[in-house]
Design a protein around this ligand. Sequence first.
Ligand SMILES: [Ca+2]
Length: 467
Amino acid sequence: MNYYKLLFSGFMMFLIGCKSTKEKVMLNPSIKKNVLFIMVDDLRPQLSIYGQQQIVNPNIEMLAKSGVVFNKAYCNVPVCGASRASLLTGLRPTKNQFLRYNASIKKETPETLTLVEHLKNNGYTTISNNKITHLKYDIEEWDEEWYPYKKGWRNYLSEENISLEKNGVHGYAYENIDVADDAYNDGKTAKKSIEDLKKLKENGKPFFLAVGFVKPHLPFNAPKKYWDLYNREDIKLPENNTFPESAPNWAKHNWGELRYYKDIPKKGQVSHEMAKTLIHGYYASVSYVDAQIGKLLKSLEDLKLKNNTVVILVGDHGWSLMEHSLWAKHSNFNVALNVPLIISAPNNKINKKTNSIAELVDLYPTICDLTNISKPSHLEGNSLVNALNNPSKSFKNNAFARYQKGETLITEKYAYTEWQKKSKTLARMLYDHHLDPNENNNLAEKAAYKKTVDSLSILLNQKINNK
Ligand SMILES: [Ca+2]
């Protein structure tokens, strides 16, 4: 008996030993997964991974092959500052919170545990390179917050644009000059981030390296070689380049962001020639950023960090390139709400696509799960890890976004928007994405869709947060 007792106690000791070893391993920060978080400003999902071949983006395509592409990812508010504030706090925008391009985490939600602080509290080194929050120094907990410029974010390099700006005249909405990648801020950002990866590897602590590329945000300034990837004669205007007759005027805006620039009329549409130049500039800017992303991914591979690093690539909102006669973001149309999202995580599925709906507010809890840290109770999104593990299944069937008075519900089939004032509905839009993915035929006022509108309206109004 004594022998068996001894054997049993030895076995128990072995189990305890295993447990404590495992705990030690779990607590050892050197094996926690790193996160390379790449945020691309104003990047719409007009990419080869979404079946659109007009833009040259081989590096984004390569990243997609090592992870899961979300076909139906949506921002929660289509403007830079507000979208980023929501993502980094894990809180949705409300009627009074995260409304505009200059939304401030520090002012609007000062008590909220941001993703950055939460990762830092869990032993992560946190670095922000270039534009992650819209407002500089809006989150104080970064170990480092770096910018490639002190002032002049428009980053003009041509003599003409520099001279215009110096004389108080706005520059052009684009720039095509023969310079190296590193001449512009995004090239500098990639270079600095690669240096960081080397240091972070040596340091050995887990890291959250957030890299914010600013193109394809206006002005569309990119080195000539990226403009040269495209023939102007191949650039086409969108087929739906006029405002749909069935859509309410509430869906319109004056695209003031573009009108700021030289040679853009203060009223009315741009000429077709200018429209093609702008679309060409957007494409060139995306290809330029794609090349910078490629440098980062290569560095991750060269440093042998890839197997222990989660890579997330995301845009902060969509962009209209003349669809519905509009330019820029600031609308409730799908083209302004739909964003690219790729998540490549070690030991997760690779080269897969999912139709499970995702919202940017879901990224905070997703990162918590992928880094094996707790999810704070205030988070309003849901982790996307189930969709990463099982991309062929749908785990979430709607998304909710808002812009100013417009509240939008996106389901697997429909996009439904109401514009409200003091809870009174002023106008509405309903699009059937199966039949009309480009949103040209507003069905909201058609009798045949009354039941659909009524049920979507109930669902939408349950989600509206008036606080
Ligand atoms: Ca943006």
